[in-house]
Design a protein around this ligand. Structure first.
Ligand code: ADP
Ligand code: MG
Length: 249
């Protein structure tokens, strides 16, 4: 049994069947990529995992518990954190201030029991935020205005803000979309570092095959809302339908 088990999930938008009988099993501590052409239903599937959408039928289990019917913040507290397609940081705040927010709001409630005004609490949050920025190699940017950072650095900060919640499952929807090659490679390196350093499961939706083949241990190909094939990167690379659809053969 995987840490995430999706069974027979269907989702319609009016007359459009966005997801049809989707089954997906994501093994704990693995990196699982979901690929597929535009409109295949990748983001819809992800939205069903985090409570933004509710499937019409089927089940979604995380660590043996159903996520269906739970609110996004409740699912987040279960240990699922999601990186959006466009970076969601507070542009008016500094990098350090952004990093303090998820630490304060952590699902283990570490700081919620104490008064916000308490200087020792504030100091502990600040220390953890600085430590997190250190591990992201962003310490030198901590007083920067977040809006003025490069796309790659915004993404790095956003991934770090998700990690600061100590998730067990990190979901990413096209994290390198619109990035220059150097930023894409930095993001790959960051995700590799996260895999090496933490007990964490990663599910990533990605268009860029270089990213997918650099990170994923399993790949599910979604086409028109239904899984076409699921296998290792080596097998997927050799799959005729995938070669036709993705590698232009
Ligand atoms: P992908 O992320 O793989 O590009 P999506 O999951 O965004 O695909 O979309 C799958 C299909 O569902 C597309 O045809 C899209 O237009 C449609 N769709 C997605 N969200 C909605 C919505 N909220 N209302 C109506 N149709 C939607
Ligand atoms: Mg999408």
């Amino acid at each position: 049994m995987g840490i995430l088990e999706v069974k027979d999930v269907n989702k319609r938008f009016g007359g459009l069947q966005a997801l049809g009988n989707v089954n997906l099993s994501v093994e704990e501590n693995s990196c699982h990529a979901i690929i597929g052409p535009n409109g295949a239903g990748k983001s819809t599937l992800l939205n069903c995992l985090v409570g933004k959408l509710i499937p019409d039928t089927g089940s979604v289990m995380f660590d043996g518990q159903s996520v269906l019917g739970r609110k996004p913040y409740e699912i987040n507290q279960m240990g699922i954190s999601r990186v959006f397609q466009t970076p969601e940081i507070f542009g008016d705040l500094s990098v350090l201030e952004n990093m303090m927010i998820p630490i304060f709001a952590r699902r283990d409630g570490a700081f919620r029991m104490h008064a916000v005004e308490s200087t020792s609490t504030e100091k502990a949050i600040l220390e953890q935020a600085e430590h997190m920025l250190d591990s992201l190699n962003m310490a030198d940017k901590r007083h920067m205005h977040s809006a003025s950072m490069s796309r790659g650095d915004k993404r790095r900060l956003e991934i770090g803000m998700c990690l600061a919640q100590n998730p067990r499952l990190l979901l990413l929807d096209e994290p390198t979309a619109g990035m220059a090659r150097a930023d894409t490679n930095n993001t790959i390196d960051l995700l590799k570092q996260i895999k090496d350093e933490r007990d964490i499961t990663i599910a990533i939706i990605e268009h860029d095959m270089h990213v997918v083949f650099s990170l994923a241990e399993r790949i599910t190909v979604l086409a028109q809302g239904t899984p076409l094939v699921e296998d290792t990167p080596e097998k997927i690379k050799g799959h005729p339908k995938v070669r036709e659809a993705y590698l232009g053969e």
